[in-house]
Design a protein around this ligand. Structure first.
Ligand SMILES: C[S@@+](CC[C@H](N)C(=O)[O-])C[C@H]1O[C@@H](n2cnc3c(N)ncnc32)[C@H](O)[C@@H]1O
Length: 299
């Protein structure tokens, strides 16, 4: 594998025109690993001409929102999360209403912790998109964390969740950006296997070492992901893979089992301070935790 340590020119090595999207920072959801702040840096490596854009680890769609694909498939294994995306595309007013109802319940409460816990209990009794939407905006550090059994365990955040008016603006902006997309609850294998010639696939998997306790991604295997990427590449798809640049878990650096020859190029994408570490240290801001994500490209 050819490894470039410095951020290279987005056009380097690619004969075709690449995207040049403007930064888009108005987040719809808070989500651990959210890529939106530097989604424009990632998308700058993608070709302008493509058939369909796939994002099989959708989360809060940080890159999909920047790309705003003319045709796209956003997918994730978490069903209630996909319910949020489907509602955004099919009936954005309902999404705003879901948020407004829970926000008012929360704001009117004498005890906001209890109000938040009631919404969390409702989600845990029957996982659903409407509760998850409010929990993602109001939970501690924006880190929606699931136990192995699927129980959402994050406590309430110290911040004030955005107002319904602000959320409505976000929905209006996002609805325009996803109108070319369909949203499916899929394991990443099924989603990547759909991609063929002239498609783009952007993979942002749970970081195997530091994030496997999140999203219920306990069985995630990078090697298995690479096998599906290799098959998509052989069908003519262009696949980009984000990897946690620090590769640190506690005090050790994680070795990544990436097959030789699968990726042609690598870029460093600046993503500032590690939010995961910030959460683990109980809200303390870490000025020294500047990390860069690695972006590996099959073309
Ligand atoms: C690092 S996050 C993606 C963050 C996203 N790029 C963003 O901007 O918010 C990884 C996502 O992978 C999803 N996931 C975990 N295991 C998966 C699997 N086996 N198949 C599909 N999605 C999975 C999680 O639910 C989570 O939303």
């Amino acid at each position: 594998m050819q490894v470039q340590t410095a951020l290279f020119d987005p056009t380097d090595g690619a004969s075709e025109a690449t995207m040049s999207p403007a930064p888009f920072k108005l987040q719809l959801l808070k989500w651990i690993g959210n890529k939106q702040r530097f989604g424009h840096q990632i998308a700058a490596y993608f070709p302008v001409d493509y058939r369909c854009y796939y994002e099989p680890f959708l989360g809060s769609g940080g890159v999909l929102g920047v790309v705003a694909p003319h045709a796209g498939v956003g997918s994730d294994s978490l069903g209630p999360l996909i319910g949020i995306w489907q509602c955004l595309r099919d009936d954005p007013a309902v999404l705003v209403e879901w948020y407004r109802q829970r926000w008012e319940q929360f704001e009117a409460a004498d005890d906001r912790v209890a109000a938040y816990e009631a919404i969390k209990a409702s989600y845990n009794a029957g996982p659903n998109a409407a509760d998850l939407l409010f929990l993602s905006r109001s939970c501690y550090g924006g880190v929606v964390r699931f136990r192995k059994d699927g129980y959402m365990s994050t406590p309430v955040g110290v911040h004030s969740p955005v107002s319904p008016a602000s959320f409505k603006n976000r929905v209006a902006e996002w609805a325009l950006r996803v109108c070319g997309c369909q949203f499916l609850q899929l394991d990443y294998r099924e989603a990547i296997d759909m991609a063929g010639a002239d498609d783009i696939v952007y993979c942002d998997p749970p970081y195997t070492d530091t994030q496997k306790i999140l999203y219920g991604a306990h069985a995630f295997s990078l090697l298995d992901l690479c096998e599906h990427i290799a098959a998509a590449k052989a069908r003519g798809a262009k696949v980009a893979l984000s990897i946690d640049g620090t590769k640190r878990s506690g005090s050790h650096r994680v070795m990544l089992p990436i097959p030789d020859g699968l990726f042609e190029r690598e870029a460093a994408v600046n993503c500032g301070i590690s939010h995961l570490r910030r959460f683990q240290r109980g809200g303390e801001t870490l000025g020294d935790e500047v990390v860069a994500d690695r972006l590996l490209l099959t073309w």
